[in-house]
Design a protein around this ligand. Structure first.
Ligand SMILES: *Cc1c(COP(=O)(O)O)cnc(C)c1O
Length: 382
């Protein structure tokens, strides 16, 4: 059963009865991160793929786990080269860019991949730079690795102004820059020229700077939107992050990866926990990858739905951001919370995230989107 996240929230304390816990002062009073997990018929709040794996995928995963289970007395393959090779093959097919398997890194979803980047390249006395509004987990990687967090601004239409971005890189001298493309929660892709400008500025930072382009939603990009993987060959300080959580429909499996220079990946191998990627996770990922064409077939349909919903929301007189992801940011409401609540009362959960007045809806199945549309009309008309 899904639990309401609010039920497990508590203000973190540093005293229990008469004992003091040496909680880091910056953690006092904080809540664990997470979107509410409510038991609601239409879940459009965490950008999951609405289509569960097919029976054929489930069978293949189950068989792979059964085989793996027979060897679970042993630690897993620490360097999981088979999985890295298969991910390199997938990336070559998906983006046309071939990366050496040694330049692929995998962890328990892309959040852990990026934490590894901060563990290796951030740290006390160092800075990580990003541009708000953006993914709300980024400041948490900074906090958890004692790295200073600096956020520049996106423009009014949520794009990144290259002059602002490069000026800030020159000024702040970060050791890591985090750029989501497409950006969450806005859906905005990063033009290659902007990525190049940031990479060039980063190359001039004394002591070096790793630029992460987080393409968690990369597969949903519109035709003509390039992937930052195209820049890997010329920029050895670039890491492109991907995940199986969104397009692959495997959010529950926790598999994310990045592509970068082998030397950059070798640094991540130093900071990862021993045997961090379980044998079961490796088996599940490899089984799912064998079905990549089938799993990806729905991506095209979701993209088409997304484009239609951008238009539909605009036809309702709302503002909807262009999106290269499987979600749409829309607004602008005087009281976005009231609208969110109105949708929830009608069984539809969207996300209250990002700039004030906006809401984010993940693209669901056509049936789910129809329920969303009806609920939205009712609430907006109220
Ligand atoms: C969903 C998301 C991720 C991926 O999360 P996983 O840890 O791979 O499930 C990464 N970056 C952004 C911007 C996201 O929205």
């Amino acid at each position: 059963m899904r639990m309401d996240a609010d039920e497990v929230r508590w203000p973190m304390v540093s005293r229990i009865d008469n004992v003091t816990l040496p909680l880091r002062p910056e953690l006092v009073g904080l809540n664990p991160y997470g979107a509410p997990q409510l038991d609601v018929p239409v879940l459009l709040n965490t950008n999951e793929n609405p289509y569960p794996p097919s029976a054929a995928v489930v069978d293949d995963i189950a068989e792979a786990v059964r085989t793996t289970a027979q060897g679970l007395n042993r630690y897993p393959d620490r360097d999981f080269l088979a999985l890295r090779t298969e991910l390199a093959d997938y990336l070559a097919t998906e983006s046309g860019v071939r990366v050496d398997p040694g330049g692929i890194w995998v962890a328990n979803a892309s959040n852990e991949v990026m934490l590894h980047v901060l563990q290796a390249f951030g740290g006390p006395g160092r800075t990580v730079l990003s541009f708000a509004p953006t993914y709300s987990m980024y400041p948490e990687y900074a906090r958890d690795t004692f790295t200073t967090w600096v956020a520049g601004r996106r423009t009014e239409d949520f794009t990144l102004d290259p002059d602002h971005a490069t000026a800030l890189v020159d000024q702040v001298r970060p050791s890591v820059v985090l750029l989501a493309s497409p950006n969450n929660p806005t859906g905005t892709a990063l033009p290659v020229a902007t990525a190049r400008a940031v990479l060039d500025a980063a190359a001039g930072v004394p002591g070096g700077c790793v630029v992460v382009v987080d393409e968690a939603y990369g597969e949903f990009r519109r035709p003509g939107t390039p992937s930052a993987t195209e820049l890997l060959a010329e920029h050895r300080h670039l890491a492109v992050v991907r995940t199986m959580s969104k397009a692959f429909g495997l959010a529950g499996a926790r598999v994310g990866y990045l592509a970068a220079a082998t030397e950059l990946v070798d640094a991540l191998r130093v900071v990862r926990l021993p045997y961090h990627l379980s044998a079961v996770t490796q088996a599940v990922a490899r089984a799912a990858l064998r079905h990549a064409p089938e799993l990806m077939a729905q991506v095209g349909e979701l993209r088409a739905q997304r484009d239609r919903w951008v238009e539909d929301l605009r036809a309702r007189g709302l503002t909807a951001c262009d999106s290269d992801a499987n979600f749409v940011l829309f607004g602008v409401f005087d009281d976005a919370h009231a609208l969110w609540q109105g949708l929830l009362d009608r069984g539809v959960l969207v996300r209250e995230v990002g700039p004030a007045g906006w809401l984010r809806v993940s693209i669901g199945t056509p049936d789910e989107m129809a329920v969303f549309g009806t609920a939205l009309d009712e609430v907006v008309d109220q």
